[in-house]
Design a protein. Structure first.
Length: 406
């Protein structure tokens, strides 16, 4: 099966990615040829079963980016280098036993976070952010809330001071968006991480960075810094988009809006529905074929790049036979990945606590919050990688700030 490759960019990823993925599946099957910035070829896995196959076979479909057969065509300033890196000593590109040990180091460092402290930080930062706009009766939930909360909580548990944690948000967003400021954002984040590790060598603390430095696996500062960068990037923006997409659903879908002023069970339901239907993580780079093979009717050459089409696979009609029905508590989505390189479970728990706490605090503080514009006017960022709103303007009855008092 063949066909003209689809550019993995453009307005359709902003306006109608679901329809685009359906058309690609119809015309080219469960594995489709695509081109990245600069006409760089790759494959996008659209099928649920094919994505399972690839992520379950780390030998044939390796995470080692050195295998890529396109490196000679990649310029130094390529904007996707922060997402598809070469010779980066992070867990993303580590394979085999070293990856297993490294994943355990990260999981152990996150798992040791006090869950009560994590929720308390999320509540305190959420209240502080809401205090800034609650008296005005209007705000943009994305810019003034969702885009700020996850990074502040993560910076706190990783070991950053509150003063340093705030400015990391802009650098993270620049890096993830893959635009002209991507490399500068990556550099700022890296500099901040190495400074954090220097501080923790001098004065260890009860935080994730210190625990990673003290891990018996004997990882270098370079490795720990790279992993902290991955953890911050993977933990911040997708969680912010998870919050924004879930609140959009609750404010626009009658099935959820009816219970906004009632019990909080609808928050968990909306968040689960978003992971199926509107997942923040749309496409992930990537895997590299270690030899020639076939997948989904396509001939994959040794060194070819395969992108994990998370959103497309979640909507695969072979597993979602009734896409109009609510998913309930079904958690078989692929939004956290699959296989040995999936998001570590403690990281998933952290994201869920931050997102759910952020939504619940907002709805408790502003119980009559409602959209300030028609739902059809809401727009998305054009990124094919992460799907989130550009803004979410709302209005509500003005309320006084808590000012640190409950």
């Amino acid at each position: 099966m063949s066909g003209s490759p689809t550019p993995l960019s453009g307005p359709r990823f902003q306006t109608e990615p679901g329809r685009l993925y359906r058309e690609m599946r119809r015309d080219q099957g469960s594995v489709a040829p695509v081109v990245l910035d600069g006409d760089v070829p790759a494959w996008l896995i659209l099928g649920y079963r094919e994505l399972h196959q690839v992520t379950n076979d780390p030998v044939l479909f390796s995470r080692d980016s050195e295998l890529w057969n396109q490196w000679e065509n990649i310029p130094d300033g390529w904007p996707l280098l922060p997402m598809i890196g070469r010779r980066q000593p992070s867990i993303l590109y580590t394979v085999g036993e070293r990856h297993t040990v490294r994943a355990a180091m990260i999981s152990n460092a996150l798992e040791a976070v006090d869950p009560f402290a994590l929720k308390r930080y999320a509540e305190e930062f959420a209240d502080d952010l809401i205090d800034r706009f609650c008296a005005s009766g209007r705000t943009d939930i994305i810019a003034e809330y969702a885009m700020l909360l996850p990074a502040r909580v993560l910076a706190k548990i990783y070991g950053f001071s509150d003063e340093v944690g705030g400015p990391l948000v802009g650098a993270l967003n620049d890096m993830i968006d893959g635009g002209g400021r991507a490399l500068a954002g990556q550099q700022h984040l890296g500099t901040s991480m190495f400074q954090l590790l220097a501080d923790k060598h001098a004065e260890p603390g009860d935080d994730v960075a210190t625990r990673m430095l003290q891990d018996p696996g004997g990882f270098t500062d370079e490795e720990v810094a790279q992993d902290l960068m991955v953890m911050m990037a993977a933990g911040h923006q997708p969680t912010a988009d998870w919050m924004g997409n879930s609140l959009r659903l609750m404010l626009t879908d009658d099935r959820f809006a009816a219970s906004l002023s009632g019990g909080r069970h609808s928050v968990a339901e909306a968040m689960n529905e978003v992971l199926w239907e509107d997942t923040p993580t749309q496409n992930v780079a990537g895997r590299w074929a270690s030899r020639d093979t076939h997948l989904g009717g396509q001939h994959i050459r040794s060194g070819d790049l395969l992108l994990l089409g998370i959103a497309a696979a979640n909507a695969d009609p072979q597993v979602r036979t009734d896409g109009s029905a609510l998913t309930g508590g079904n958690s078989a989505f692929l939004s956290f990945g699959h296989g040995e390189h999936r998001c570590p479970f403690p990281a998933q728990e952290t994201a869920e606590v931050v997102a759910r706490t952020g939504i619940e605090v907002l709805l408790d503080r502003l119980p009559d919050v409602d959209l300030a514009v028609p739902a059809e006017e809401l727009s998305r960022r054009p990124s094919p990688w992460l799907r989130g709103l550009t803004d979410l303007p709302v209005h509500f009855t003005p309320t006084p700030a808590l000012g640190g008092q409950k």
